[in-house]
Design a binder for this molecule. Structure first.
Ligand SMILES: O=C(O)CCC(=O)C(=O)O
Length: 288
């Protein structure tokens, strides 16, 4: 197949039958994991991406992290360092699926889409992807936040995040932490993504802030995935180890989600007028 440069023109995996050898039953969340998600706001998926898949994603990621690469006009956002602290680095970018086949096909991986279909009880559409990378020794934080606080331009809230470890993520190198049960709280305002872990404190009451004394860390091996609710408060601390921490994120929506703005939902894509469903090549169906 001769590929058009912008892979968002392809609303199915580019490598034919790429995931057909995966045993779909092994990707399903069991009852305990589903209960965990609804009680705590997050759950680790049972299936892990294979070594070959991770190797290809990491090789492509190396390329994408060099700013002058081919296709760099396709990013919705691209920050070589989103931290304002020059001593720490957080690479963060949206739109890798438009540029690299590996990140494009990842969206349809059964380890991601089967649990998402279960948790949202709906056909799953793509919303947008993200890369979050912390280099060894001076990796920056991702401050505590709720994802939906960044997504109120889409409604109703029928969203889900899947965080994919591309490298081992440990407490020491900046794995995700969650505030269990915070997905039952109200929507909080945006208080900043890449600088001060404690910036959320100013929008919390004393009892809520108390729960931040005992967050739950989710350490994962490369290839493992964790799902979280759009209101689950999560964040990650600095990486001071000699090991980098790289992750890809697939954000998904159920089939009732509409636009709530007459501005482009992401930089560089056509307007979906208020009230219209998120459909078309930027929001492909991932699992019916
Ligand atoms: O990778 C991280 O540390 C943060 C990820 C995140 O905020 C998200 O997946 O919504």
């Amino acid at each position: 197949m001769t590929l058009n440069n912008d892979l968002s023109n392809y609303s199915a995996p580019l490598t034919e039958d790429i995931w057909c050898l995966i045993n779909e039953a092994s990707c399903e969340l069991g009852a305990d994991a589903q209960r965990h998600f609804f009680e705590k706001g997050y759950a680790v998926g049972p299936a892990r991406l294979g070594h070959d898949v991770i190797t290809e994603l990491l090789a492509d990621l190396d390329h994408l992290m060099q700013p002058g690469h081919q296709g760099n006009h396709l990013w919705h956002e691209y920050h070589t360092n989103e931290s304002t602290n020059p001593d720490t680095i957080l690479f963060h970018a949206l739109g890798a699926w438009r540029i690299k086949r590996s990140f494009h096909d990842l969206l349809w991986h059964p380890a991601i889409t089967i649990p998402a279909r279960q948790l949202l009880s709906s056909p799953i559409h793509f919303w947008h992807d993200q890369l979050f990378c912390k280099p060894a020794r001076h990796g920056g934080v991702v401050a505590w936040h709720q994802d939906y606080s960044y997504w109120t331009r889409t409604t109703p809230m029928q969203h889900l995040t899947c965080w994919v470890a591309l490298e081992d993520a440990s407490i020491d190198n900046g794995c995700l932490h969650y505030i269990p049960g915070s997905h039952k709280w109200d929507l909080l305002p945006v208080t900043g993504l890449a600088d001060d872990m404690a910036s959320i404190k100013r929008v919390l009451n004393g009892e809520q802030w108390e729960t931040f004394q005992s967050p739950e860390a989710v350490e994962l091996k490369a290839g493992q995935v964790v799902f979280h609710h759009p209101l689950a408060i999560h964040g990650s601390f600095e990486n001071r180890t000699g090991q980098s921490r790289k992750a890809a994120v697939v954000n998904m929506i159920g089939d009732t989600v509409t636009s709530d703005t007459n501005e482009p939902l992401l930089k560089g894509i056509p307007v979906i007028p208020t009230g219209n469903l998120l459909r078309g090549n930027f929001f492909p169906l991932l699992r019916a």
